[in-house]
Design a protein around this ligand. Sequence first.
Ligand SMILES: [Zn+2]
Length: 491
Amino acid sequence: MKQIQRFFLVSLTALLLTVFTGTWPTIFKAVARSSNPVYVAQSLNDLAPILQQLPTSVRDRLTTFISGDELYRQGDAEGAAAFYRQVKPDFEVSDTQILEPIYEAEALSPESLADWQQAQLALDDDDEAGAIEALQSLVDREPAFIPAPVQLAELLMEEDEEDEAIAVLEEAATLHPYSTEIIMAQVETLADEKEYLEASIAAREFALLNLDHPQAPEFQALADEYFEKFSKRRRRRSIFGAIGNLAAGILTGDRVPWESWNSAVETAELVELMLASESEFGASLAAEYREQLPLVEDPDVVDYVTQLGLEVAQLMGRDFDYEFYVVQDSVMNAFALPGGKIFVNSGLILGANSQAELAGVLAHEAAHSVLSHGIQSFFRDDMLSQFADEVPLGEFATGLLSLQYSRNQERQADILGTRVLATAGYAADGLRNFMATLVAMTESAPPEYLSSHPNSESRVAYLEEMIQRNGYNRYALEGVDKHLAIQAKLS
Ligand SMILES: [Zn+2]
């Protein structure tokens, strides 16, 4: 009781002193720290000119974050968390986004069980169409039941409905990124269809999202094997393509032979570059962008983004030469090129509230590179053929930007991005909070980043659930202090 009285007395004195002098007396710090999380960061002095310009409510909130940041950097994670908790409310309880997989038919609801039994009866009667219908209904009714999409995809393959089969497994993989059965079925189906790049990427996604899984090395080996197969096929196609273009050029008389030959060789070289090293391929694309975009040169800003990006990207398990660039552009946007070349607009840095939020975005973007999503979309849409017989690198680069990632690709990048964010020791809800800010902004004017990153609301809910289930720490380093200092340099 005495202690409490003493605490209040000291607090009151300190408060009065603060009101009148504008600084916290040292005595307050020493006493208060030992009894209660009332502590004031030294760095507040440095940041005072920035904070003074802000409305009181914002300033108070940031001051609390900054106090947490300083304690965290001093190694006092608990003290820091006490501050962060004051300004980070618990997530609101929302509908479940992550499905708990069901493996046994006995665990199904009566309606779902009836679908399953009907499908098995139809199979006994060799009525494949009937079985497909029952399984389709079951997949819609109970997407948590793992055996249904696996069996449905098998039947669809037998009926030569390959695209349907792949779509069923893609949807199931989005819902169950941790399911060995679903991902293995997806990898095998894609490989059967000679979609070797897709098979390779699906296998690698599983390996990278499930690092500790006993089968992770097996999936990694499959990823390498199918990438090799993909490369061989692609090389053959581009050589035939080159010869074909050359022949067409000569036959139609459109072009003199050497011109056709040159453009065909250029295309083949580009494909070769793409296949040989994503990192080098990304580097040549990045060189194009560096010429076309106004880049921020301030070494403090560039170092800040690079260090932050490397901290998360290097935990992702691929040996890329990561490069980070800051574009002088007020639009809130960021994008990743193959091989870990990441561009972030100054507008996005200004829109993010902390190091943790920016690190979340950088990790999400790096994850797209690591999971080869750009390359995948490129070959999926077969942009090479759109460019006919010539692929100027600049146009190629622009084309790559206009690609939209699929819902599954976004989810994979969110999952991997948030995992490395937590591992790197930043507040694990950094990406989630950034997305939540974007969602809030959509009411006035939709930010650019959302057009390439759809379904933000459900992604926010998904990330919340993922963070809670994995026990990721939301109260690790927020980094408002450093972020504010960098923002001041940009505005
Ligand atoms: Zn994305």
